[in-house]
Design a binder for this molecule. Sequence first.
Ligand code: CUA
Length: 326
Amino acid sequence: MRATLFFTVGLGALALIAAPAALADNGGFAPVTPESPNAERIRDTWLFVSIFILAIFVLVEVLLVTFIWRYRRQRRQRFDDGAQFHGATSLELMWTVAPVVILFLIGGFVFYKLPGIADVPSASAGGDERLEVRVTGRQFSWQYEYPNGVVAIDTLRAPAGVPVRLEVTAPEEDVIHSWWIPALGGKIDAIPGITTETWFEAERPGVYDGQCAELCGLEHAQMLASVEVLPPEEFDAWLAEREADRVAVELGAEEWEGVCAKCHGLGGEGGIAPLIAGSPILTDPEALAELVRNGRGEMPAVGSDWTDEQIQALVAYLRESPPSGS
Ligand code: CUA
């Protein structure tokens, strides 16, 4: 009787725990809908492994409950041994062979899917185009550099239907970050002084959000990233526009929000770093360059590799929209 009671209460508690997750977007358990071939392969692998996990979970739990019930003490004295069983060759063979087979199946499936996840498709596979972007993670922003020298912060724009190869790294003096846009593939670490690579090819225009996936300091949670996939013509137009206007106010705004504001606050009101609204440095290109390239005191060199144009873009933005201080 008590066993039944425990069982019922336990099941009820499990249901309560699972309910919010089940009500969430996609059940809360499954990976997000893949939007890139490599993300699709990761999801397939997840599903394949999940089948075994689920089957084994059900098998083990059913056996557990059955055995508890069937071999319960009943009227036997508390310290009397139960019936003893010895040997069951076919059973023993089964529970040895089955896991080996399952491991081989899972291993085989993963190795079959892996090349399509890790390897960047060759340029010819996706038409003759391929875009290469250098991604630099630093405390606490993502910087993207396009082949023509255009720079963007935090939001990576990319053309739909074109393979995008990402060279991911972090400055020598920084820490490890991790690039991860779940809908567009697996995560890849941004390691100081080392270049790793990953890729995606999104068919559908849209904004795909992600997050730095390696604890990298106080503002790690603010280190968001997103990929905005645009129809190819729109992307080309954007890239050409940014190339023509190297000190674009739009770039300055990205730098302010992505690099400065994460620590100093959107209005420059201060946060984990001091108040900077109203500081004359903000509109003095030379002083600003010195500060972001070299850091000062607790402030790291957040723009150690910034070009003069990047500095000018930030100044242009801050002259146009000075931080309010609140
Ligand atoms: Cu960068 Cu967490």
